[in-house]
Design a protein around this ligand. Structure first.
Ligand SMILES: Cc1ncc(C[n+]2csc(CCOP(=O)(O)OP(=O)(O)O)c2C)c(N)n1
Length: 292
């Protein structure tokens, strides 16, 4: 197989779509991730590949309100990547949404690039709402944003925030959860990537976070648990969140997405050893031959 290292210029519209189209977008997202990580020669493969289906729906199925040509649009919804090491998937969807040229994906982690290993506000990359990488902090920032929108500005904006599942072993996440429940932040949608893998093992073996739904319920959340690779489930979950927000339910929502780390690439799937490695050339060729 010829290893095509170019990135197509294709942008995707943010409109409701058929499942087949969303599946194609998620597949292309995974290809972009593999290519950029291979070129970077460092970075995280497993998490970004696993959450690609959810991110494709969030950004390209008309769920999130944004204008890539006007990134600071006052009425936009905000996406906070609390698990900053998932940057490759965020950069990919932002590029495909039109925030910056897709060619820039070639520069992941390079000196002087705006696409550093973890998102940074100092890079001034359009679409980045906050710096992240120190686990457990992004969700607190997201809660602050949601609090300001709901209690101070009294607007209809939404804050979406993605955390890992190992990440929520950080105590600060639970302080954020307590605040979100207490202050009735029904404009907050917390997405947990529940791949049950973390840097050096299975989450339940390192330090169990289970039962996860029950914990969030105790913190006064609306809890939705889904298969994070089932597009019908993902769309329904986001729609249910939006309905709750519209009804002023007074409860933040958590969508617990059961996913497989490294989804789509046989030798990476459900293997925590792919948490923080890029593919080498042979592996990248193999991965791309499977992502078709
Ligand atoms: C405060 C803090 N401690 C440790 C790390 C190092 N670290 C980066 S990712 C990670 C594992 C996170 O696990 P999870 O959230 O499940 O992500 P996944 O393995 O699914 O990619 C760790 C310990 C960090 N970035 N920040």
């Amino acid at each position: 197989m010829e290893f095509n290292i170019e990135f197509s210029k294709e942008n995707y519209p943010n409109t409701p779509k058929q499942i087949e189209e969303l599946a194609r977008i998620a597949l292309n997202t995974r290809q972009d991730i593999i290519k950029s990580l291979f070129l970077a020669k460092s970075g995280h493969s497993g998490g970004p590949l696993g959450i690609s289906d959810v991110m494709s729906v969030l950004f390209f199925a008309g769920i999130m309100k944004y204008d890539s040509q006007n990134p600071n649009w006052k009425e936009r919804d905000r996406f906070v990547l609390s698990c900053g090491h998932y940057a490759p998937v965020l950069y990919t969807v932002l590029a495909r949404a039109g925030y910056f040229p897709t060619e820039e994906l070639l520069t992941l982690r390079k000196l002087g690039s705006r696409l550093q290993g973890h998102p940074g506000l100092d890079s001034e990359l359009p679409g980045i709402e906050t710096s992240s990488g120190s686990l457990g902090q992004g969700i607190s920032i997201a809660v602050g944003m949601a609090m300001s929108d709901k209690l101070l500005e009294k607007n209809d904006r939404t804050v979406f925030c993605l955390t890992g599942d190992g990440e929520i072993q950080e105590g600060s996440c639970w302080e954020a959860a307590m605040s979100a429940g207490n202050f009735k932040l029904d404009n907050l949608c917390w997405i947990v990537d529940n791949n049950n893998c973390q840097i050096d093992g299975r989450v339940e073996d390192v330090m169990s976070i289970y039962p996860l739904g029950d914990k969030f319920q105790t913190f006064k959340f609306e809890v939705i648990e889904i298969d994070g690779h089932n597009f019908n489930d993902i769309i329904a979950a986001f729609n249910q969140f939006k309905q709750n927000q519209k009804n002023r339910s007074g409860k933040p929502t958590v969508i617990i997405c059961k996913t497989k780390m490294g989804r789509g690439v046989s030798f990476m799937e459900d293997n925590y050893q792919w948490h923080g490695n890029p593919p080498n050339e042979k592996e990248a060729i193999q991965a791309l031959s499977e992502l078709i």
